[in-house]
Design a binder for this molecule. Structure first.
Ligand code: NAD
Length: 357
């Protein structure tokens, strides 16, 4: 099969890690007989430098006409003082909205070989961490009505959490679908004891649960979920939650796995087109040194194969290769821990992954 992939390499370490991921994809293409073609797309700080805006119209069109988008990272200190509408991050929000991406999928997996990197007690970490957080991305309090006013105690400010039945249903379907492909266990996290929007969220999730009888479904209040992630993370398979709760819980979950350089993510909408990116940023402190960990971006490519192209075997092949490399003790500097071994460069880590495919 042939697939057209848009590469938004972006800023900082973005080009280094995306180039690494492309090498891995090409190896997968050779092994399984697929052809991946790539188009470089300008977005972020580099686009501001080149054409004076973070997301040129042509870049949006190139992404929309592709089968999937891989994004490195955008931003950096060089552009930090620009006005809001000219910030590199605008490119991310602009792409998500133009591509209609409303679901953010973030797996958090603790590799057995990296148990010592987990900040939890070994007795808890040993039970394993292998979960996916499905976060609603385009609704809720981050997008609701906001403002400043005059309240009973003087000047005040407000933000509004608002969710429609349609928004909850579509993110719910993605979450149930994700659970069906995994261990068939879904926890919906809300604050239904206080918030009306959470009560609607719960109602819709319950009605969806009836459509997916194979999925073991439960509700959890967000304060309890924050605690349970630390107390017993092994209990979670798939978590679905709103924009703000997902923002916070997915960062908490990612820390449990040890390194920011390992974690992929996918942003999905109603169709097959998705955007795949590591959860970390552009890491200006290590840019150009060939020491960035490429694994988060490589695993994002595995997610692309699975979610946008339906290539499960190929996705697993990448994930297994990464596990084998870590099991064999190969480490980039960010996951070296207390080891005295010499860390691998980005290039060397990429070669190790390719050898294991
Ligand atoms: P960051 O994730 O870029 O870096 C945090 C720390 O983690 C740094 O010490 C960095 O060296 C390290 N790190 C990150 N990725 C790594 C990798 N693959 N391998 C090894 N070490 C890695 O976060 P930050 O420093 O807060 O942000 C830097 C810039 O990135 C900012 O401009 C921020 O706005 C932007 N950012 C972009 C995205 C995105 O494009 N999706 C996400 C987060 C931050």
């Amino acid at each position: 099969m042939k697939y057209k992939i848009a590469l938004v390499k972006g800023d900082g370490i973005g080009p280094e890690i995306v180039d690494a991921a492309v090498k891995v994809l090409d190896r997968v293409g050779d092994k399984f007989g697929h052809s991946f073609t790539y188009t470089d797309v300008l977005a972020g700080g580099c686009a501001i430098d080149a054409v004076g805006e973070p997301l040129p119209k042509e870049s949006v069109e190139l992404c929309l006409s592709s089968d999937a988008v891989i994004l490195g990272a955008v931003g950096g200190p060089k552009w930090d003082t620009l006005p809001g509408h000219l910030r590199p991050e605008k490119a991310l929000l602009g792409l998500r909205s133009a591509m209609g991406l409303y679901a953010n999928i973030r797996p958090a997996v603790l590799h057995e070989a990296l148990l010592s990197e987990c900040p939890l007690k070994e007795s808890i970490a040993r039970d394993g961490i292998d979960m996916v957080i499905v976060r609603e991305l385009t609704g809720g309090i981050y997008f609701g009505e906001r403002g400043r006013g005059e309240g009973p105690m003087g000047p005040d400010a407000y933000d509004t959490e608002r969710y429609s039945v349609a928004e909850i249903s579509r993110i719910g379907r993605i979450a149930f679908g994700t659970a069906m492909k995994r261990r068939k266990k879904l926890v919906s996290v809300d604050k239904a004891n206080v918030l009306e929007s959470s009560r609607l969220w719960r109602e819709i999730m319950h009605s969806l649960a009836a459509e997916y009888p194979e999925v073991e479904y439960s509700d959890m209040l967000v304060d309890n979920a924050a605690m349970q992630l630390i107390r017993k993370p092994s209990q979670f398979d798939v978590i679905v939650t709103s924009n703000m709760f997902g923002d916070i819980l997915s960062d908490e979950a990612s820390m449990l796995t040890g390194s920011i350089g390992l974690l992929p993510s996918a942003s999905l909408g109603s169709g097959k087109l998705g955007m795949y990116e590591p959860i970390h940023g552009s890491a200006p402190d290590i840019t150009g040194k060939n020491i960035a960990n490429p694994i988060a971006t490589v695993l994002s490519c595995a997610m692309m194969l699975r979610y946008s192209f339906g290539l499960e075997e190929e996705a697993l092949c990448i994930e297994n290769a990464v596990s084998m490399v870590l099991k064999a003790g190969h480490r980039t500097a960010d996951i070296l821990g207390e080891s005295n071994a010499a860390p691998l460069t980005t290039t060397q880590m990429t070669e190790k992954i390719i050898e294991n495919i």
